[in-house]
Write a protein of this length. Structure first.
Lengths: 291, 790, 153
């Protein structure tokens, strides 16, 4: 299995990368970790004309904390995210998802931003980003814009980048008070995509009620799904099994999974509900410092 | 019969019973193995295969002109071109025919339609998308039930074929079985599907065909578990003179049955090399491997047990419908159309059984290989062990006790089974008792009773037992042949003047450690250190004829040949020793490595004798010290064991995990205990894989689901359970060294143990069967009364 | 494109197409056949090499991406004729059967031990979970890697 032929550039700086992308327009395709793109090219499911490899743009490898958010650069690998102290301190949902994305070897190459850009409905990261309310920094030779993740994820393998634009960073709000989260994934083996993935995020207010809730679902809809209705319902309420069960019921009806070899839709809805309950329970324990 | 429990030889000699480290490892740990794809011959070309995207279609036309225009493409070969040489069809190992390249129709998704020969593999693959095939799609028949019901003929090209039946077969006795059922106090039944699976060795199949157009010499390097048989098949298929065919098999990256048959890729690459006059390489991709070469299992099984009022089994009935795919190409003995499935009476003593089997053609890949299994023993063992477990639950007896009550007793061996096997030896109660003790069976049952009693429990404990009996080591020539080739095997042993030796085998390693184990057999018999013995196999010009390695036959047949040829050589050595010691032959005592004159300290070593064979042999005796043996086993061997698994099922998402597992195996005498344990751990993992995740299925259009390692799931270290291994030793009474074969036991025995464990957890919740793989959604569906498919 | 990859300490310079996979560069261009290919979906790890010290699947990296990088393959594990402890341990503990997964397993094991010389059973299993073995059932691979760690520390 071999990719078909393409042209290739490996810019050494962000500026150069943006200039190359601007020049290529529709022809140009960013190559980040290559862990989705190269397999697709080998199976000839993708045949880009020109790859712009950003692996030499060292300035994009950062994971840092500033201005109340965690910034994950376009060259930060899944493995870097998994081992980052800033991440484990500042976002449990992200920290708990990282080890379950692909396998250890893929995590050494694949990037969080690449995964976000890829918009695979079975990919894990966008559910996490939807739950925690992340935003995406997009750059082109003509400037920068910050796109809320809800606007970035358009559909099945479709994001809202314009030609010539690339993701340079994903921003994740850092915890300011009592908060917690979890990512629960039903996978059949290591390296498998999710049958169902549920990202939960919970911020408590001074009296211990829900200040903010986040819920994102993987692999049970045409794209990663933010369950806004459940999030809004939970706001201001007392967290606990009853509330979580209510959120679970909303999540189960909001999703629209396929019947396939991983199970019938009914089963997947049941797992969505189960993991929503379990996930919020874990998030609550962490937010209360009991985790 | 020799019974060896404690080693007789020193660790340096390394005979039977020593866990000597493997000789072959020195090259593998340095990355210096010689696998097929590592071979590059001067001027070598590369082949890529165009495969059918659909399961059933008429081919109206093939246009390869655009592909031919690509720089670096030398040829595009279609079925029509092969037909001109009479090579468009080839015989299968089950006496059917199979298309090499499709001419009239494609009959499964992934079927070979055309090949490209190019200077570089990248170019060969580029060219595939430039071949234009006009397919006229036909209805795909994707289940054997559908196949038997429809009037559409899948094999319409086959003369005399008026239906979709590939074979019918039966064993046992219907009348006595019916009578026993009529008199039964209780009948227990089970319907289950042993799903389609694939051996998927980590190295795929491949070939480098090098046909010299001037001399006509064809040297074919390939990944084959049975190089000699392949040579003969090639001679028959291609009409090449057999002396000009040399099959060379170097290191093989796992076989598990996948590398027994002849595949279309091998034939076309050889034809291409012949046509073009250059070596041609074809390396199967993983997708090609999974969609086209060597599926296994796919048995739809119905079975019933008759019980008397005391819970003793009195009879068994089994009916099988097997899904053969488009061509009947099982690699199995000619006489047995459903392999050795009739071993399905298992470890139990009852007088009557009747087995019927029917195979149906479908629009799926052909194969039916014995995936780490002795010709359908795996399906048989699964069926009886699932059925017995359900019977125990239905009559409310502990499954271990129910088995113990019905086992063939130690004093009943040799035991004639109701389907005609003569079990050579066994001690089923011994293995069961040991397994129960190792795992702390009663303790687990107590914990289970407590934990599962809570009606709201979300974690349920289940304990699964399986007490399998295998039949391996095919086989006695009066019953066993493949395409007429009797299933003996061979060994040729030469002792060099300096006392070192070379052993040449007809069997073929794929990771089992033949270079070490077979040297240990010689070490045991002759006292020559195992490290001084080079073991050779896999080159048909330089090794004696044999049927190869599969169905756990290496040790039972090839191992026996090795022991026997060693003994022949020892007999000659004794004559030489007598000459050297100036004593009568009868006055010599033998201990491994040395002849001593009785009652004296005068002795000669085997090395001194070897030297004399070339430098100082007596007048009237031929020089040299070598021999060859073709061993025809008097019977099969019957390894057995008991496996016990404890699982915990999560009722919320239907997942289950293994908490503890014990495997007690009895494979007779263990030549190298370390290697034996390694085979068992590997086999248990394949059993777990099949019970937990690994299968191939198809959608209604015949599209293969499970065509790559993202969809065909094989477990990693993370999912794989930890095992505790135990042994009992009941030597085979008829095997020269008492060994029985072990490469497949764990794959045969363990799937039922895992499934039984999950069912055991759920029985009190009203669940009596879930087919493999026991996937989370199936568990959840069973618990919640929701129909799930697939 | 002309690239130079430092493989096991020796520079390998070639003109390659951008689409050439690193695994083909290593196997066919540099002639180091200890790195294997077991799948076409980046799933099996038979092709594992260390790229600048990190284990990666060389079938899912372009050769041009390794330009200027250090690659270590199984052939580079032994130093000066001396086996790496992981290699010795794989033989000692029967951590291999057919040997096809072995180069990848040993490389991952060696990288794990660099950072964690005394890994638990679970840590080893986690680390090698991107690599498939069809023969051994992993048990002895885990033991071998742990034993090699014990050796080094
Ligand atoms: C065996 C295996 C198992 C896997 N399992 C999982 C899993 O369980 N869960 C999961 O979520 N993923 C999984 N993946 C995918 C993996 O996580 C990828 O790393 C990820 O999806 C893409 O990231 P990448 O950096 O590799 O992107 P690439 O493959 O380089 O790119 C993917 C796409 O995103 C675009 N892109 C990348 N970076 C940018 C950017 N900065 N700006 C704009 N566009 C960009 C590319 O042009 C391309 O279209 C698996 C992959 C493999 C090979
Ligand atoms: S060859 Fe399978 S992951 Fe690279
Ligand atoms: S030893 Fe054969 S694949 Fe691991």
């Amino acid at each position: 299995m071999y990719p078909s032929a393409f042209d290739y550039s490996a810019p050494g700086s962000l500026e150069e990368a943006l200039a190359t992308l601007a020049e290529l327009g529709d022809e140009g395709r960013v190559l980040a970790g290559g862990q989705s793109l190269i397999p697709m090219m080998k199976l000839r499911l993708a045949a880009p004309g020109h790859l712009v490899d950003i692996n030499r743009v060292d300035e994009l490898a950062h994971i840092s904390e500033s201005n109340g958010h965690l910034a994950v650069g376009a060259l930060a690998r899944h493995a870097d995210v998994a081992s980052s102290e800033a991440v484990s301190r500042h976002n449990h949902t992200v920290a708990s998802a990282a080890p379950w994305v692909s396998d250890p070897l893929v995590r050494n190459r694949g990037t969080l931003c690449g995964s976000v850009a890829h918009c695979d409905p079975e990919g894990d990261w966008n559910s996490v980003m939807l739950a925690v309310g992340a935003s995406v920094v997009a750059r082109s030779s003509s400037g920068e814009r910050v796109i809320p993740i809800t606007d970035f994820v358009v559909d099945f393998f479709t994001n809202s980048l314009d030609p010539g634009e690339m993701v340079t960073e994903v921003r994740i709000p850092a915890y300011q008070g009592p908060a917690g989260g979890a990512y629960l994934k039903l996978e059949r083996k290591v390296g498998d995509y999710a049958t169902v993935g549920v990202a939960t995020h919970l911020v408590l207010d001074g009296s211990g009620n829900v200040a903010e809730a986040g819920l994102g679902l993987t692999a049970v809809y045409g794209h990663n799904l933010k369950v806004t209705e459940a999030e809004e319902m939970m706001a201001g309420q007392t967290p606990g099994p009853e509330l979580f069960a209510e959120a679970a019921a909303i999540a189960a009806s909001a999703c629209d999974p396929d019947d396939n070899v991983r199970g019938p839709a009914e089963y997947k809805r049941a797992v969505v509900a189960e993991y929503t309950r379990r996930g919020f329970a874990q998030a609550l324990a962490l937010a209360r410092g009991e985790g | 019969m020799t019974t060896v429990h404690e080693p007789r030889t020193s660790p340096e000699v390394g005979g039977i019973g020593h866990s000597v480290r493997r000789k072959e490892d020195d090259r593998f740990i340095r990355g210096a193995g010689n696998y097929l794809d590592d071979l590059n011959l001067p001027g070598m070309l590369h082949m890529a295969i165009l495969r059918s995207p659909v399961a059933h279609a008429r081919i109206n036309s093939i246009d390869s002109s655009a592909a031919m225009e690509i720089e670096g493409v030398l040829a595009v070969i279609t079925g029509e071109a092969l037909a001109a040489h009479g090579l468009a069809w080839m015989p299968t190992l089950s006496g059917d025919t199979q298309a090499v390249l499709a001419t009239d129709k494609v009959r499964f998704q992934g079927q070979e339609v055309a090949v490209v020969i190019a200077t570089d593999p990248y170019i060969a693959h580029d060219a595939l998308s430039h071949i234009d095939v006009d397919y006229e799609e036909l209805e795909a028949i994707t289940t054997p039930q559908q196949s038997l019901a429809t009037s559409t003929l899948i094999r319409d090209e086959k003369e005399g074929q008026t239906d979709n039946v590939a074979y019918t077969w039966e064993a046992g006795d219907q009348d006595s079985t019916d009578a026993a059922f009529a008199a039964a106090a209780k009948v227990v039944s089970l319907d289950t599907h042993y799903p389609r699976s694939h051996p998927a060795p980590l190295e795929t199949c491949g070939v480098v065909a090098d046909v010299n157009s001037i001399t006509g010499q064809a040297t074919i390097y390939m990944t084959s578990q049975a190089p000699h048989a392949i040579r003969t098949v090639f001679a028959l298929v291609a009409g090449l003179p057999e002396e000009k065919i040399r099959i060379v098999t170097q290191d093989i990256g796992g076989g598990f049955g996948n590398k027994v048959p002849v595949y279309p890729g091998y034939v076309v690459a050889t034809a291409a090399s012949l046509l073009i006059g250059k070596p041609v390489k074809w390396i199967e991709s993983r997708t090609e491997n999974l969609i086209s070469t060597g599926f296994a299992r796919d048995f739809h099984m119905h079975a019933e047990l008759a019980l008397d009022g005391d819970n003793r089994i009195t009879a068994m009935r089994a009916g099988i419908l097997s899904d053969q795919g488009a061509f009947f190409s099982d690699a199995q003995p000619t006489q047995f159309r459903a392999g050795l499935f009739h071993i399905c009476t298992g470890s139990y003593d009852f007088p009557a059984a009747h087995v019927t089997a029917q195979g149906a053609y479908t629009n799926k890949a052909p194969g039916g290989v014995a995936y780490r299994c002795s010709f359908r023993v795996t399906e048989a063992s699964y069926l009886i062990e699932r059925l017995v477990d359900n019977a125990a639950h239905e009559v409310g007896v502990d499954p271990a006790d129910f088995r113990a009550q019905n086992f063939i007793r130690e004093d009943q061996f040799p035991y004639l089974s109701p389907t005609g096997f003569v079990y050579d030896s066994g001690n089923y109660h011994g293995a069961m008792d040991k397994a129960k003790e190792m795992i702390g069976y009663d303790g687990w049952r107590a914990r289970q009773a407590e934990q599962n009693a809570d009606p709201d429990a979300t974690k349920l404990i289940g304990i699964g037992v399986a007490s399998f009996t295998e039949v391996v080591g095919a086989g006695p020539s009066r019953q066993y042949d493949i395409l007429g080739l009797k299933m003996f095997d061979s060994a040729e042993l030469r002792i060099h003047p300096t006392g070192k030796a070379i052993l040449k085998l007809g069997v073929q390693t794929q990771g089992q450690g033949h270079e070490t184990t077979f040297a240990q057999i010689v070490a045991e018999e002759l006292g020559i250190p195992y490290s001084d013995i080079k073991v050779m196999y896999g080159d048909t010009d330089n090794t004696p004829y044999g049927l190869g390695t599969y169905a756990s036959r290496s040790t039972p047949v090839g191992g026996a040949a090795t022991a026997v040829v060693s003994r022949k050589i020892r007999a000659k050595a004794q004559k030489l020793a007598a000459h050297l010691l100036e004593a009568a032959e009868e006055d010599l005592d033998w201990e491994p490595g040395k002849f001593t004159v009785k009652g004296t300290d005068q002795s000669v070593t085997i090395q001194e004798v070897a030297f004399a064979a070339y430098t100082n042999h007596p007048v009237g005796m031929e020089a040299g010290l070598e021999g060859v043996t073709y061993y025809d086993p008097p019977n099969m061997t019957y390894p057995f064991g008991t496996y016990i698994v404890v699982v915990e099922v999560d009722t919320g998402d239907g997942t289950w995990k293994v908490l503890e597992m014990v495997a007690v195996d009895d494979c007779g005498v263990r030549i190298n205990p370390m290697i034996v344990d390694g085979q068992i751990a590997g086999g248990l993992t394949e059993g777990f894989a099949k019970a937990n995740m690994q299968w191939i299925t198809f959608d209604d259009d015949g599209n293969c689901i499970g065509s790559n390692f993202m969809d065909y799931l094989v477990p990693t270290a993370w999912e794989t359970p930890r095992y505790q291994l135990g042994e009992t030793v009941t030597p085979s009474p008829h095997h020269p060294i008492g060994a029985k074969g072990v490469g497949e036991s764990a794959t045969v025995g363990s799937p039922a143990a895992f499934t039984n464990a999950v069912i055991d957890a759920l029985w009190s919740r009203g669940v009596s069967n879930i087919d493999m793989p026991v996937l989370p959604h199936r568990v959840w569906g069973a618990l919640n009364g929701v129909e799930v498919s697939p | 494109m002309q690239i130079t990859v430092n493989i096991n300490g020796a520079g390998e310079t070639r003109d390659v197409e951008p689409r050439r996979l690193l695994v083909d560069f290593i196997r066919s261009d540099a002639g180091l056949t200890g790195t294997h290919i077991g799948c076409d979906t980046s799933s099996c790890g038979a092709c594992t090499v260390l790229l600048d010290g990190r284990p990666v699947k060389s079938c899912t990296v372009l050769a041009v991406q390794a330009d200027g990088s250090e690659v270590k393959t199984v052939e580079g594990l032994a130093e000066g004729g001396e086996l790496h402890p992981v290699q010795a341990a794989f033989k000692e503990h029967h951590g291999l059967q057919c040997g096809f997964c072995t180069p990848g397993m040993m490389l991952v094991g060696s990288a794990l031990l660099e950072g964690n010389p005394d890994p638990t059973d679970e840590e080893v299993r986690w680390a090698i979970s991107g690599n498939i073995c069809r023969c051994t059932g992993y048990m002895n691979i885990v033991t071998a890697i742990q034993a090699a760690g014990g050796e080094g520390s």
